[in-house]
Design a protein around this ligand. Structure first.
Ligand SMILES: [Zn+2]
Length: 337
């Protein structure tokens, strides 16, 4: 019999104070992994929120394990349409594992970490780009050689996004960082046009989580199709993000995912008469994975992030992505997958 969703509140809050969350759970009743899906760690990233909500409306025919979905992880930030906590200004994705006696954001991180993440076997954290800056559709994860990270890479591939971004290390305070410390495989997802509900990206998120459940043998279904076309590797945060040093209006001179050489012009800051004030150069050779969307910039605004292709890092041609039975692997010329 197909299981049905149950719903419960954890924490003490009633919504706007941000100290409680609603957890939707689908339990197969059969032993297996617990998959935790978070939306709305950033309250203004509506794509992840609505995708998670849609997941929790679907009666997946789970054959093992349980699926836990929190569509709105930071409710107070969601109601304020804010990336950060409206009370303390803190970014929930930078304060894990949180503190029980801390500020609202820190206490929420502690609640989610202790009550949900600690008991999960896999984490899927659904984000989107910010309303001012685009990132392509991708699944990202740690890739540091640990067993949990190796499993996370498999799950990132199983998500079926056209791009995977693996990271040699993680910055402090992220959900993925706490998952790493707990030995839990964890992936996160991003997509462009943050702040917009795009039907295609919503569908990609839902179908991606389905692909993760299939890879975990929790669902009997076909894997997500072979869609990987780019695998980049590098730090996801501040690494290789070019900033402007002057105020004005930023005009991108490249497109998302374009391949650029180090030093190449990726954008120009212009004034109201279209006169160039500053040119922005690629800090690395690689692919454009972060690109400022809104024109207005001030000194220090990050505008373009470049990540190197992983095949090239390994000395392979960038098209050397070998697809085998739904999973994609890198392969040396003539070698096996
Ligand atoms: Zn986010």
């Amino acid at each position: 019999m197909t299981p049905d969703w149950s719903q419960r509140r954890i924490g003490t809050g009633s919504g706007v104070d941000g100290l409680g969350v609603t957890v939707h759970e689908l339990d197969s009743g059969v032993a297996g992994p617990t998959v935790l899906v978070l939306g709305g760690v950033h309250g203004n990233e509506v794509g992840g929120i609505v995708a998670a909500g849609q997941l929790a409306q679907t009666r997946w025919p789970l054959r093992a394990g349980r699926l836990r979905v929190v569509p709105v992880t930071y409710e107070a930030a969601y109601y304020a349409d804010s990336r950060v906590g409206p009370g303390d200004g803190l970014n929930l994705a930078r304060v894990f594992p949180g503190r029980p006696g801390g500020s609202t954001t820190e206490r929420l991180a502690h609640l989610v970490g202790e009550e949900l993440l600690r008991s999960a076997d896999v984490l899927v954290d659904l984000h989107t780009s910010s309303p001012d800056t685009d990132m392509p559709l991708f699944a990202g994860c740690l890739d540091d050689g640990s067993a949990a990270a190796n499993r996370a890479v498999e799950l990132a591939l199983a998500f079926g996004a056209p791009m995977v971004w693996t990271h040699p290390r993680l910055g402090p305070g992220r959900t993925l960082t706490m998952a790493r410390d707990l030995g839990i495989p964890a992936i996160y997802v991003e997509s462009p046009v943050g702040g917009v509900l795009d039907a295609g990206y919503l569908q990609a998120y839902v179908s991606g989580v389905r692909g993760v459940l299939v890879a975990l043998a929790m669902l009997d279904d076909a894997p997500v199709g072979e869609t990987l076309s780019l695998w980049v590797h590098g730090d996801g945060d501040a690494d290789a993000i070019s900033q402007v040093t002057i105020g004005g209006m930023f005009r991108a001179d490249v497109a998302l995912l374009d391949r650029v050489e180090v030093g190449q012009i990726v954008g120009t800051v212009v004034d109201s008469r279209a006169r160039p004030l500053e040119q922005v150069h690629a800090a690395h050779t690689g692919h454009v994975v972060i690109l400022r969307r809104l024109a207005r910039v001030s000194p220090g605004t990050p505008v373009a992030g470049i990540a190197p292709a992983r095949p090239e890092l390994l000395g392979l041609p960038s098209d050397r992505l070998v697809r085998t039975s739904g999973a994609c692997r890198l392969s040396a010329k003539g070698g096996g997958a």
